[in-house]
Design a protein around this ligand. Structure first.
Ligand SMILES: CC(C)(COP(=O)(O)OP(=O)(O)OC[C@H]1O[C@@H](n2cnc3c(N)ncnc32)[C@H](O)[C@@H]1OP(=O)(O)O)[C@@H](O)C(=O)NCCC(=O)NCCS
Length: 194
């Protein structure tokens, strides 16, 4: 049986890691979100992002995410380099979608292709997962389109394990794709040998 909630599941944190500053999204992030996540190399692994991604649509997405954070349903944070200060360029986003009743949250993230391969997503997802467990969540999980090896690696590196395979679960274009489910429990955090 999980322990009861320790603190209200709300708010949009400002998180610092050795290299990153993770801060709440702003309307001015729309061009970076449109360009970065609308890139087909990124969008192919996201559920509902078009290529090209119009800036106006990205601006609406940002407003929905700001509202979601404000009502305690989970933060969406811009991933920036700490060296660039509070107005650094947005390289990607990392988010939790909180299901309060069940004390669980779904982790979602993307990073612009120019910044891949430097451990940035691992650092960002680890930091937000730690924050999430600090708020009293009992479980954090993620869903990955089968074949997204980099994302599977990120989740494995932060200590999640595969829990399931959902066959033909997601439509992208005219194809139904398999989806992998990963998760980690509060009782398993932080992972011992990571
Ligand atoms: C998934 C994503 C966020 C990873 O970002 P990143 O900052 O490059 O990730 P990291 O550098 O922290 O870690 C990536 C790991 O995957 C590995 N990797 C990358 N491509 C790989 C591939 N094709 N096959 C196997 N491993 C791969 C890297 O070597 C690295 O592992 P390592 O540290 O053991 O060497 C980025 O690729 C992305 O935005 N992809 C598109 C959107 C997406 O998939 N979002 C997640 C949806 S669930």
């Amino acid at each position: 049986m999980s322990s009861p909630t320790k603190a209200p599941l709300s708010g949009t944190p400002l998180l610092r890691t050795p290299r990153l500053l993770l801060r709440g999204l702003r309307p001015s992030d729309a061009p970076a979100v449109a360009e970065g996540s609308g890139d087909i190399r990124v969008a192919q692994f996201l559920t509902d992002v078009p290529t090209p991604y119009p800036v106006e649509m990205a601006a609406q997405w940002i407003m929905r995410r700001i509202e979601r954070g404000a009502i305690g349903r989970g933060p969406t944070l811009a991933i920036t380099l700490v060296d660039e200060g509070p107005y650094g360029h947005t390289l990607g986003t990392v988010a939790l979608r909180i299901h309060k009743r069940d004390q669980r949250a779904e982790l979602g993230y993307w990073l612009c292709a120019d910044a891949w391969g430097q451990g940035i997503a691992t650092e960002a997802t680890h930091a937000l997962t730690t924050w999430g467990f600090g708020t009293g969540l009992a479980k954090i999980y993620a869903r990955v389109i089968a074949g997204n090896a980099a994302s599977v690696r990120v989740l494995t590196k932060i200590g999640m394990r595969q829990e399931g395979l959902l066959r033909n679960h997601l439509r992208k274009g005219n194809k139904l794709l398999d989806v992998l489910e990963f998760g980690v429990l509060a009782s398993e955090w932080p992972p011992r040998d990571k």
